[in-house]
Design a binder for this molecule. Structure first.
Ligand code: CTP
Length: 404
């Protein structure tokens, strides 16, 4: 799935330079090999020693210096250019952006940039006037035309004690985007809609009924689908998870909200994939109290009458048929007993291509954990039992079973 794992970070002289250290730390946790090239000016902000300690690798600063590469060349910038699968300039000043846009190569960062065939990314960081200046904007357009991806800066506090656009993007987003470029894109051109998390069924304006789903499985599927090149929409019930960079997200509360959001997302498609990872509440309060229910109005006990929610998967499959959408639907089954039998029964009932069955009675997998151990049950009766693995690996196993 991964086409490579070598990332070269180009560091230029911005006050946001410390963010490069954070990005490197995040990438290291993802088992990515990292090397660094710095402009001379950047070394005035943070010594290369710090980057060397973090990456366990020599930092390239002096364009005249040749490292002893064991590769087929000891011309450092060419060796680094060949080594990199992704080349990301973090942070990118207006000056380095101008150099890259115009083919300059008089420092370690621009020299490698010109020589490498790697996927190229820049994460600009500068004062708002510098960022919005026509010269910078024209240069960024040029870089895009050259195949660079730009991780747009955000509105925020700037080093010059002002607020405005130019604050470097979040480090999590930068690391996420860099990692996405390390993957092959077998799902490119595919529309994939993923539901995730629990649903909240309101009792009154302050109370609701929900379940123990954290959303981690659905978010992992969304992330992996995006890494694999799909056009992803994540329809998320209430969760505490970070919104993944670059992925369209529709936030919903109740099961009925989620149903409308899914329909809306697929209605204009010829074909789409729907992955129902959400733990949809089967029941909701029959009556919604539009004012807070007060204790004194109750007789020391309270009964909430529930009525059934629609089955989202079944309803969406019917909707797809009526609207000529060729829908490839994958379901999840959360079971505490008779896992395979109970899960298999849902395939026909809900119109699924396959179902991912997991045992939620175990504390080490399923709800609110990072790992899962699932069986994939196909419509033709074939059962695949997967080992216990990280939810991202489960996500990958699910996605690679989608027909090309
Ligand atoms: N699901 C759905 N609509 C519902 C309930 C669940 O579309 N009202 C979807 C879930 O997203 C999941 C699959 O159906 O992909 C199975 O969910 P699960 O909770 O295991 O099964 P239920 O259909 O709710 O049946 P039961 O609770 O009786 O096991």
């Amino acid at each position: 799935m991964k086409k490579g794992s070598n990332v070269l970070i180009g560091v230029s002289a911005s006050i946001a330079i410390y963010k490069a250290l954070e990005v490197i730390s995040l990438l290291k946790k993802r088992d990515i090999s990292i090397k660094v090239a710095m402009t001379k000016e950047a070394t005035g902000f943070i010594s290369p020693v710090v980057f060397e300690a973090l990456t366990n690798s020599r930092v390239y600063v002096d364009v005249l210096e040749e490292f002893d590469n064991k590769d087929d060349t000891n011309i450092t910038h060419i060796a680094l250019a060949k080594w990199a699968d992704v080349f990301a300039v973090v942070p990118a000043t207006s000056n380095i952006i101008a150099k890259l846009a115009n083919g300059f190569s008089d420092d370690a960062v621009s020299l490698v940039a010109l020589a490498t065939d790697a996927e190229k990314i820049v994460a600009p960081a500068m004062n708002s006037n510098m960022y919005t200046h026509k010269a910078t904007q024209e240069n960024l357009k040029k870089l895009e035309a050259f195949g660079y991806s730009i991780i747009e800066p955000v509105d925020g506090n700037l080093a010059c004690n002002t607020k405005g656009i130019g604050h470097i993007a979040d480090v999590e987003d930068i690391a996420f985007f860099i990692e996405s470029k390390l993957y092959d894109k077998p799902l490119s051109g595919k529309k994939i809609v993923i539901t995730a998390g629990p649903t909240n069924e309101a009792v009154d304006p302050v109370r609701y009924i929900t379940n123990r789903s954290s959303g981690k499985m659905g978010y992992a599927v969304a992330k992996m689908a995006y890494f694999m090149g799909a056009d992803v929409t994540l329809i998320s019930g209430p969760t505490h998870l970070r919104q993944p960079y670059g992925i369209k997200i529709v936030k919903t509360e109740s099961a009925v909200d989620m149903l409308e959001a899914v329909k809306n997302e697929i209605k204009n498609e010829k074909e789409a994939v729907l992955i129902m990872a959400a733990a949809v509440a089967d029941f909701k309060p029959k009556h919604y109290a539009d004012k807070k229910i007060k204790k004194q109005d109750l007789d020391s006990s309270m009964v909430i009458e529930l009525k059934e929610n629609p089955d989202l998967t079944k309803t969406v499959n019917m909707f797809a048929k009526d609207n000529n959408v060729d829908l490839f639907t994958i379901g999840f089954a959360a079971e505490t007993n008779d896992l395979i039998k109970n899960a298999a029964a849902k395939i026909q009932k809900k119109g699924l291509k396959f179902i991912v069955a997991n045992d939620v009675s175990r504390g080490d997998i399923g709800f609110n954990t990072d790992e899962n151990e699932v069986s994939i049950i196909h419509a033709d009766g074939e059962i695949e039992k997967l080992e216990k693995m990280h939810k991202e690996s489960v996500a990958y196993e699910i996605l690679r079973r989608i027909e090309a």
